[in-house]
Design a protein. Structure first.
Length: 385
């Protein structure tokens, strides 16, 4: 049966339209219709004057709802993480594994395959952040887990049977040839936790690297004589840069300057979320270290940043207030940009006929009121801020 969402504003690629309705059938967007053209017998959902936007896609989700993916590489854990983020508008995500043993990486990849086969809502693949990283820019990662990207690792990283595989690595710890092998195996490669110089990153880009993980954080900076990873990222007009917009990881002024250097659609919002998202208890244990939330960010006892207590709806609101983006642009870098980065723009990330009916209803304050994944609503959503 056709589902019709009406009495609201709809954010399409050409802008916000009013006086229209959205028709959904078989999990996909059927059409944006005039009220006079609504199909007979369709189920109706009253949007209550709210703004209907494409669902948010988060490529970096370490945990949520009290679950850390590294600690529990199961289908149930993935489902719990997705359920914790859905009330905040996340309709597509990559469960993210930080640096760990290859046996854990293998278990995580197999769990993602099983989750997709089982139809767990929102799972699009996996993000493997490390263990091929630089010790000098390790952040909260356990350097004891770091290793070389060898043949065994390449074979494993290219083995995902269902969904997308994103790998974050430090280009200086490997070679352009190994990066090319990953890309040929279907892996999306991003630079992160890296102290590489500009020349090394340029060679990695030429080899097929297409992303930068949490731009500015845990990477060599742009300086007067050495552009570093940041300089190479900002110079590129084609690679995608993930942004953590919480006001703490990167100063908003720095982010606004970055946005002015290159096409907006090559930036994307990420949360780097930890298990505290969706919980009142704002502490957890990461590889034996207690992590607590202070002023909205996760830190260890020494004050080292350890991911975020950030959700995508907050990131979108922050993009409008901290980065001076319009709601249209803020939503685009939370939906279309990550879809394009993952090679999924022809499947999701916009309100266009034929694409997946992954949708979010926002009120005037940009709070999430409902979310649909493949046309199925989450009627249990609390009205969360």
């Amino acid at each position: 049966m056709t589902l019709v969402l009406s009495n609201g504003r709809i954010l399409t690629p050409s802008g916000v339209v009013e006086g229209k309705a959205l028709a959904i059938r078989d999990g996909r967007i059927l059409a944006v219709l005039d009220a006079a053209d609504l199909p007979l017998g369709a189920r109706r959902y009253d949007l209550g004057g709210g703004l209907l936007v494409p669902g948010f896609i988060d490529t970096q989700v370490n945990g949520g709802g009290g679950v850390l993916f590294n600690d529990d590489t199961s289908v149930e854990a993935i489902a719990a993480i997705g359920a914790a983020h859905r009330p905040y508008g996340t309709t597509g995500f990559l469960p993210t594994l930080i640096s760990d043993d290859l046996s854990v990486v293998d278990a995580a990849m197999r769990a993602v395959e099983q989750a997709i086969d089982a139809g767990v809502p929102g799972v699009l693949g996996i993000h493997i952040e490390g263990p091929f990283l630089a010790t000098r820019r390790k952040g909260i990662h356990d350097a004891g887990k770091f290793r070389i990207l060898d043949d065994e690792a390449v074979d494993l990283l290219g083995s995902l049977r269902r969904g997308k595989t994103l790998v974050t690595l430090a280009p200086e710890t490997t070679t352009p040839q190994m990066i090319s092998r990953l890309v040929r195996a279907g892996v999306i490669v991003a630079a992160g936790h890296t102290d590489a110089d500009y020349a090394v990153v340029r060679r990695a880009l030429d080899a097929g690297l297409t992303g930068f993980t949490h731009l500015f954080n845990a990477m060599s900076p742009l300086t007067s004589r050495e552009p570093g990873v940041v300089g190479a990222a900002l110079e590129s007009k084609t690679a995608w840069c993930g942004l953590i917009v919480d006001g703490r990881h990167v100063n908003p002024v720095t982010l606004r300057l970055a946005l002015a250097t290159r096409p907006l659609d090559r930036f994307m919002l990420v949360t780097d979320a930890m298990p505290t998202v969706g919980l009142a208890n704002k502490s957890f244990v990461l590889q034996g270290r207690t992590i607590r939330v202070e002023n909205g960010v996760c830190v260890d006892a020494e004050g080292t940043l350890a991911g975020c207590d950030l959700d995508m709806a907050s990131a979108v609101r922050n993009a409008t207030t901290m980065l001076d983006l319009s709601i249209e642009d803020a939503v685009a870098i939370a939906s279309h940009s990550p879809a394009a980065f993952l090679g999924l723009a022809d499947e999701r990330g916009a309100i266009v006929p034929g694409l997946a009916a992954d949708l979010v209803l926002l009120d005037e304050a940009l709070q999430v009121r409902e979310a649909w994944i493949a046309g199925e609503s989450a009627t249990h959503l609390a009205r969360l801020g």
